[in-house]
Design a protein around this ligand. Structure first.
Ligand code: NAD
Ligand code: ZN
Length: 385
């Protein structure tokens, strides 16, 4: 039996209006001059204005700084620039606010604050001591990645042009604020795509074979929440109850995937780096094909996912249970407008070789429910193209 770590440590404040506690929480953490890390899109939202209002603007000398240059699917340079501003402005903590992109960049910037000029290519080999990173408060404005409760940061590296998952327990936030008011302005399409990312996290983590009943329980309850709340959040963005449930479900998806992920994420990562596709959308377009692929090789894999979706699959054969579950997920995504093909989003057949090559190198599929070969990836991409 292999050894496993069970760890669910992030203190989280949840609820409409939780943002108002930020100044007191910063004080508690000893942060007097935070760097706010975000992206240009978020910087123009009502959510960001609310944050600025809470931190205090105008009048007295402003004692917080903003880096708003993070790209969707962040690159190394975003992390570098954020760290440089942190040092130049004499900051002592990071508030990462936005979707997974600013959260990941803000998390990782603290590594370069500690070691300016550090080469991420060495991350897994040099055993550097990362204790004592600047404290991080993570405030998501999308409900999808769950990056706020994770120990990893997904950054596209200059050297490989691939998404690298930089994983370290020290990357964890000291505090997470889940305030559904901040996601009210997220447009329906992004609400759907980010929610599909959370659903994929729950399904893939539940079905990867490692023994981790705690993560399994969290993943199944996450599925139940998403199936119920995501359509409501997409239909009416101001439904604070649905928005709140989605924020918690997204965090649960990320807690669950400390267990691991699978083939769908290995397909999605190259679609972002090579084709610039949004991560959640990429997962949504690959999820059903990935589930069918796994179910054919491991019948019965999705029975409990089906139960979590509210399907009565107890008395079904393994094959029927999988078929009904995958059919449900297909209809569910279609109901959210996520039933398009890759070519509808500009992906070209000529890009297939590069996609397959990167997917094979991506680590997520190594923990998939069943093994995946390069030929499998090719067939899967062709199916969703
Ligand atoms: N660290 C992890 O554990 C983890 C897990 C999954 C995904 N990821 C990474 O997260 C990234 C994707 O994150 P994402 O899906 O949240 O998208 P994102 O952060 O790239 O944001 C997508 C868009 O939504 C906009 N936006 C965000 N919040 C908004 C709001 N409240 N109102 C209006 N617009 C808003 C942003 O400006 C941006 O244009 C990818 O790089 C992916 O690889 C990380
Ligand atoms: Zn994901």
């Amino acid at each position: 039996m292999s050894l496993t770590t069970f760890s669910f440590p992030t203190p989280t404040r949840f609820g409409a209006g939780a943002l108002q506690e930020l100044p007191a929480q910063l004080k508690r953490l000893g942060v007097r001059r935070p760097l706010v890390v975000t992206d240009a899109g978020v910087a123009g939202t009502e959510a960001f204005r609310a944050l600025a209002g809470v931190l205090g603007e105008g009048g007295r000398e402003r004692d917080w700084h903003v880096y708003a240059g993070v790209h969707p699917n962040p690159v190394e340079n975003d992390v570098r620039e954020a760290a440089e501003l942190f040092l130049k402005a004499g900051c002592d903590g990071v508030i990462a606010v936005g979707g997974g992109s600013p959260l990941d960049a803000g998390k990782a910037a603290r590594l370069l604050v500690k070691r300016p000029g550090y080469d991420f290519g060495r991350f897994y080999t040099d055993g550097a001591d990362w204790s004592g990173l600047a404290p991080l408060v993570a405030i998501p404005t999308t409900a999808g990645t769950g990056s706020e409760v994770g120990r990893s940061s997904v950054i596209t590296l200059d050297a490989t042009k691939r998404k690298a998952v930089i994983f370290h327990p020290e990357l964890l936030a000291k505090l997470v604020i889940l305030d559904p008011v901040l996601t009210v302005g997220l447009p329906a399409k992004l609400t759907a795509a980010t929610g599909a990312d959370a659903l994929t996290h729950c399904i893939e983590s539940y079905t990867c074979p490692q023994f981790h009943p705690m993560c399994d329980g969290i993943a199944l309850e996450g599925i139940r929440l998403i199936v119920e709340a995501l359509p409501r959040a997409v239909r009416d963005g101001s439904d604070l109850d649905a928005r709140g449930r989605m924020l918690v479900a997204a965090a649960m998806g990320a807690v669950a995937f400390q267990k691991d992920l699978g083939v769908v994420h290995s397909m999605a990562h190259p679609l972002s780096t090579i084709c610039g596709m949004h991560h959640g959308l990429a997962n949504a377009l690959c999820l059903v094909a990935g589930m069918n692929f796994c179910a054919r090789r491991k019948p019965g894999l999705y029975r409990r996912v089906g139960l979590a979706c509210g399907l009565d699959v107890v008395g079904c054969t393994d094959g029927e249970a999988d078929c009904r579950t995958v059919g449900f997920v297909m209809q569910f995504l279609a109901g959210l407008g996520l039933n398009t093909k890759l070519r509808d989003h500009g992906v070209k057949p000529e890009q297939l070789d590069a996609l397959v090559a990167q997917a094979v190198e991506d680590p997520c599929h190594r923990t998939n429910a069943v093994p995946v070969t390069a030929e499998d990836f090719r067939a899967l991409y062709q199916e969703v193209l």
